[in-house]
Ligand binder design. Structure first.
Ligand code: MG
Length: 349
């Protein structure tokens, strides 16, 4: 078993271990004296894993219930949160009880937000079952929902009590969603680890997935510990995301997955910065090579002008400009702020 300790306002452990799902109750018990535990899961994940987790929680003395919502990003809305609250109320959930998020990013973000807000905050546990949520969204304490006008516009910083990562769950993940997670994995290589990037080039990701999860979570832990509330360094985790979010928006949040959008976003941006001499030459070519190797898109039908104009209103913008993350080279990045009135000129659109 691999353990990563996260020292944020509230510290917690992340455990990475094959088959840990079947022992979830033991680890939840280590961090909680709760009488009741609510498993929050979606219609894809619950039929496969909720029974296993529930059995283990019961064996460790929890009274359990399961809240299941219909799978899909379009359910990541306040309406689903309200149904969760009603479930909590009907099952007599008190402030000392615990919520168990079992599933991908949508599940973790919503269960975390419901936990952060119900009764002004109760504890929760993350059991991420997709690669994207294992390497990214389950760590760092960002929770929330989408509004019709944009993703993740309502939420809270709320750290989990423990995160249980079971790489075996990736065996049931469709290839498209495995690749989706690899988009974020490649991002970690780009911003912080040329060694990870090279390994992704030279080996097959599925063959060293435990190391990948450990490396990505470690990078995220380091960044989040330095900047829990996302006012500085944490921005580097958004490499590829400003254009990525723009592409998701232009595609009306369907067709293209988050990881796919981030991948293309990273490539388009790095081609530009390489052309300007900001990024070492050859970096964009290496990113393109990895995207091709792992079935991720390398182009989009939208023009650079359309993409740049869709970045306006991005959640990552602040004041009168946007903080872009540029690569110096593979494994090294920095924050570069561009004022709104200089964005078009910078990108030549
Ligand atoms: Mg992301």
């Amino acid at each position: 078993m691999k353990t990563i300790e996260v020292k944020t306002g509230r510290s917690y452990n992340i455990y990475i271990e094959h088959g840990i799902i079947a022992e979830a109750g033991k680890y939840v018990r280590e961090v909680s004296k709760a009488v009741r535990a609510v498993i929050v899961s979606d219609s894809n994940v619950a039929p496969i894993y909720a029974g296993t987790v529930e059995k283990s929680l019961k064996e460790n003395g929890f009274e359990t219930s399961v809240f299941i919502f219909e799978a899909g990003e379009e359910r990541k809305r306040l309406a689903t949160i309200e149904k969760m609250y009603e479930h909590f109320f009907e099952h007599n959930i008190t402030r000392t009880d615990i919520i168990v998020a079992l599933g991908g990013g949508v599940t973790g973000d919503m269960a975390g937000f419901a936990a952060a807000s119900y009764l002004r905050g109760i504890n929760f546990v993350q059991i991420p079952t997709t690669l994207l949520s294992q390497v990214d969204s389950s760590v760092g304490g960002k929770t929330g929902v989408d509004l019709p006008t944009g993703k993740n516009l309502v939420g809270a910083f709320w750290q989990p009590s423990v995160v249980l990562i079971d790489p075996d769950t990736l065996d049931t993940l469709p290839q498209k969603f495995f690749n989706d997670g690899l988009g974020e994995v490649i991002k970690y290589g780009c911003i912080r680890s040329s060694a990870l990037f090279s390994r992704l080039e030279n080996e097959n990701a599925a063959d060293f997935i435990d190391d990948i999860i450990y490396e990505c979570v470690s990078i995220k832990r380091d960044v989040v510990e330095n900047d829990e509330r996302d006012t500085g360094e944490r921005a580097i985790l958004n490499f590829g995301h400003t254009f990525g979010h723009a592409l998701e928006k232009l595609n009306h949040y369907s067709v293209i997955t988050h990881g796919e959008a981030v991948s293309v976003g990273a490539l388009i941006l790095t081609k530009i910065t390489e052309g300007k001499g900001i990024t070492a030459s050859g970096a964009a070519g290496r990113i393109k090579g990895l995207l091709e190797k792992y079935g991720l898109p390398t182009s989009t039908q939208f023009s650079l002008g359309e993409i740049v104009s869709a970045t306006r209103g991005d959640k990552k913008s602040s004041g009168k400009g946007i903080n872009f993350i540029f690569l110096k080279d593979i494994g090294e990045c920095f924050i570069h702020r561009i004022n709104n009135d200089e964005i078009n000129e910078f990108f030549g659109v």
